[in-house]
Ligand binder design. Structure first.
Ligand code: SF4
Length: 278
């Protein structure tokens, strides 16, 4: 498959307007652009339907309450910008690109930026692809960066793509392998933190039941050393799919261990899940 810059179409799973449920901009009215494809397998994943690129249709959740419109999944940045405008009630909103792992498609994110102005563009990423993050950093206004405890990560998988035709514009996913073990996660995490230390960013860590608060020490130490001004959001796992919320004592101790490092730490459950909205 060609990887020329002209091929920047990415697989869009859904586009919808809602309220940001996580991180620094929680509660803000935004439009979410969810890209398909993720090579990771987090224990607490709440969007496993986004893992496969697949050939399904992109869903545009309509602002008039009618059933979602379905469109060809692979979209150019221009097409995605039209979809964003079509689902957006009222004035232009900040656009959050989420997934899946949106950093599989850095060319798409770069090209999306001029298409959606004057809106802000926020990126929600797992922090597994520092090279891709470096490519898009100057094209986004905010980065929400997950800090992944290696113990919670399942086995990384290859992204498989449907065969392209000669004239389509599908991008290939970035040729940057996701971390496969604790050492590779350490390297990726540190490189990502170095990149976001002086930009508008936040870090997020999910805590699930049965974890030892010490499991998060290395993540917090990396944050304290490399990006100490970046606020840290501790998110208790939303109970679903065999994953349980952490014990309250565990959550408190996790937070205290972050505070001992002078981190700007805040506890925030997934608000959109708590409210039962998308
Ligand atoms: S990175 Fe996101 S989409 Fe991928 S497995 Fe983890 S939580 Fe799910």
């Amino acid at each position: 498959m060609s990887t020329t810059s002209a091929r920047v179409a990415a697989p869009v799973m859904e586009v919808f307007a809602s309220f940001q449920g996580e991180g620094l901009y929680v509660g803000q009215a935004q439009v979410f652009l969810r890209l398909a494809g993720c090579p990771l397998r987090c224990a607490w994943c709440d969007t496993p339907g986004s893992w496969d690129v697949g050939e399904g249709r992109a869903a545009m959740v309509r602002k008039d309450g009618e059933p979602p419109a379905r469109e060809e999944r692979w979209a150019s940045p221009f097409q995605a910008a039209l979809w964003i405008a079509s689902v957006e009630p009222g004035e232009p909103r900040t656009v959050s690109v989420t997934g899946g792992e949106p950093l599989l498609w850095p060319g798409f994110i770069q090209a999306l930026r001029p298409m959606i102005q004057p809106r802000r563009l926020h990126l929600e990423t797992a922090g597994a692809h520092p090279e891709a993050l470096a490519r898009v950093l100057e094209h986004v206004d905010h980065v929400s960066l997950d800090l992944k405890p290696p113990a919670d990560m399942g086995e990384t998988v290859e992204i498989s793509l449907p065969e392209p035709s000669d004239d389509d514009e599908r991008a290939a996913p970035i040729d940057e392998r996701a971390p496969r073990n604790a050492e590779e996660w350490r390297l990726a995490r540190r490189r990502c933190l170095d990149l976001v230390r002086d930009v508008d960013a936040c870090a997020k860590v999910v805590v699930q039941a049965g974890r030892d608060p010490r499991d998060y020490d290395e993540l917090f130490e990396d944050l304290a050393r490399r990006a100490p001004k970046v606020p840290l959001f501790v998110a208790p796992a939303t109970p679903m799919a065999g994953c349980e919320a952490p014990e309250p004592d565990t959550l408190v101790e996790v937070v205290e261990r972050a505070r001992e490092l002078d981190l700007d730490v805040r506890v925030l459950p997934q608000m959109h899940r708590a409210m039962g909205i998308a």
